[in-house]
Design a protein. Structure first.
Length: 539
């Protein structure tokens, strides 16, 4: 009992001592983490602070007029560009080129279809020949400088965005929201892959249709698809190579630079900056002279773009001659291929899509001649929409990879000229509901005021597109054996000697004969030396 009382007394005294001890220093109160500093903008202007842009806009031209209050010379610069005029006077051939007089073998022609095609024009309101090319308010600043992703121009609106929500495509149930022009105007910035691609990825009537090396996969590509534009690599925009000055964009399919012998200085005014050599020079392989020797005859793209359409299929054929067929109920119809792409459309004919396409290779010196609407053609031959200059002997050509697009399209039997026909119309229009060649051709030729005999047939056509995007990593470049053995990549390129692939049978036989005789001579000489050595030893 005594022990228990002593224990309780000790506990009480200990508790009292603890109560009288000074309190330990309290832990510092948790402080809120400091917010990450907002990264500085690359732009020197915050457009959200401009009073001119802080209001509701009824249409695109109103936005442009606000832009011009500060950017006073921008529209004047745009007026001098191919993006605005859609025309180009070729300095060598003196051909007046452009979308108004070149008939391609995709959607064929802009005239008679302006409201549809000018969705990709950098302007507002081009619906016919009366469009005012001198109007500064008609310039569309937003289509190239939008950074919100909300700005979109739809076919059929003559270059305007929708100013109210609209169902597109018609009868699809999909609604395209009208952009908030105030927010879009306040969010302008530098051009991007997305803004350039809004037109160039979708040329020819859809994503990946025309070029083969340009499609929506390049908005955010991986390194395997394009080492320059890779989102986790160099992350180039289009403007990094097509470096613009005064809104003039270098790089042209009318006068492409096929051979560039100079490494350029960035910032120097030079039309040829959109070439591989502009950055890499003509000896791009460090400490490998054998590979560097290839650049004398081969464009860089031959080895470094082994295939195109590597992310999604591209259209390789368009046969307009089959358009107009109806189903058993007398109505237009569509068919899909195994990949879900259009294989037939009553209003457009037959299509063929391909993926991972091996290019066709040709000698090319940058000279391009076009078959224009007024050009007289020979319908017994395949019509080259654009014929490419170049040969092994001209001293100014290299071997280039091409996408060759093939098709069939109508021509005038009486005049032997390609025909312009009307391809745009609302689904319920009298002209378009059931596609009719007689109506489409008569309407189109009347619209452009050109002579038409009234009789038509179809001719096979080809159009070549140089392949220069979708540069693969060096590990995926062509191997030596893909060209230097038979059959090889470059077998169809004339006058191109390939060691390991080419040779003269009789010359090879003669060479092997001499080699064999030399071997026999060496063996005989060696045997004689051995024999004489042994004979001398016996003495």
């Amino acid at each position: 009992m005594k022990r228990i009382l002593l224990l309780l007394a000790g506990v009480a005294l200990g508790g009292l001592a603890l109560a009288n001890m000074p309190a330990p220093p309290s832990a510092p109160a948790a402080t809120a983490p400091k917010p990450e500093p907002k990264p500085l903008s690359a732009s020197t202007a915050d457009h959200t602070r401009f009073k001119q842009l802080d209001r509701a806009f009824k249409n695109g031209p109103e936005v442009t007029q606000a832009c011009l209050e500060c950017h006073t010379e921008a529209a004047k610069q745009i007026h001098t560009t191919k993006h605005w005029t859609w025309e180009f006077l070729h300095p060598n051939t003196q051909q007046k080129l452009g979308k108004k007089n070149i008939i391609n073998n995709f959607c064929t022609a802009v005239p008679s279809n302006y409201e549809f095609c000018t969705a990709c024009h950098v302007g507002y309101g081009w619906k016919d020949e009366k469009f005012d090319f001198k109007s500064q308010a008609n310039v569309d600043c937003l289509v190239c400088h939008d950074t919100t992703g909300a700005y979109r121009k739809l076919p059929g609106l003559a270059g305007h965005p929708p100013y109210k929500d609209v169902e597109f495509p018609p009868h699809s149930g999909k609604i395209v929201k009208a952009p908030d022009l105030r927010k879009v105007a306040q969010g302008v910035g530098k051009t991007s892959r997305q803004t350039c691609g809004a037109c160039h990825f979708y040329g020819g009537g859809g994503d990946a249709v025309k070029h083969g090396d340009l499609d929506s996969s390049l908005k955010n590509p991986g390194r395997y698809l394009d080492v320059h534009m890779a989102k986790d690599g160099l992350n180039f925009t289009c403007g990094d190579c097509h470096m613009t000055e005064g809104h003039q964009v270098p790089g042209s399919r009318y006068t492409p630079v096929a051979v560039d012998k100079t490494k350029h200085i960035r910032g120097k005014k030079d039309e040829a900056v959109a070439t591989c050599e502009a950055c890499h020079g003509n000896a791009p392989h460090p400490k490998n002279d054998r590979l560097n020797d290839h650049t004398a005859k081969l464009a860089c793209q031959v080895c470094h773009i082994p295939e195109f359409a590597r992310a999604q299929p591209t259209k390789m054929l368009w046969d307009w001659s089959t358009a107009g067929r109806l189903d058993k109920d007398g109505k237009p119809f569509k068919l899909k291929d195994s990949g879900g792409h259009d294989a037939y459309d009553s209003k457009k004919g037959d299509f063929k899509y391909e993926s991972n396409v091996i290019p066709e290779y040709v000698w090319f010196n940058g000279e391009v001649n076009y078959t224009l609407r007024e050009t007289r053609l020979d319908p017994s031959k395949v019509v080259e929409i654009n014929s490419l200059g170049g040969s092994a002997a001209d001293g100014k050509s290299k071997v280039w990879p091409m996408k060759v697009f093939r098709g069939k399209q109508p021509y005038d039997l009486g005049n032997n000229q390609l025909l312009v026909f009307h391809t745009y119309g609302k689904d319920d229009s009298a002209l378009w509901s059931n596609f009719n060649w007689d109506k489409a051709l008569a309407y189109g030729m009347k619209e452009i005021g050109a002579e038409y005999s009234g009789k038509y047939a179809f001719v096979s056509t080809e159009m070549s597109w140089p392949i220069t995007h979708m540069v693969a990593p060096k590990a995926d470049a062509l191997t030596c054996a893909q060209c230097h053995t038979a059959p090889g990549r470059l077998d169809k390129v004339p006058s191109l000697y390939m060691p390991g692939r080419d040779g003269n049978v009789w010359l090879d036989r003669l060479g092997w004969t001499f080699a064999l005789l030399a071997l026999i001579g060496v063996i005989a000489h060696g045997a004689g030396r051995v024999y004489m050595h042994k004979k001398g030893a016996q003495k």
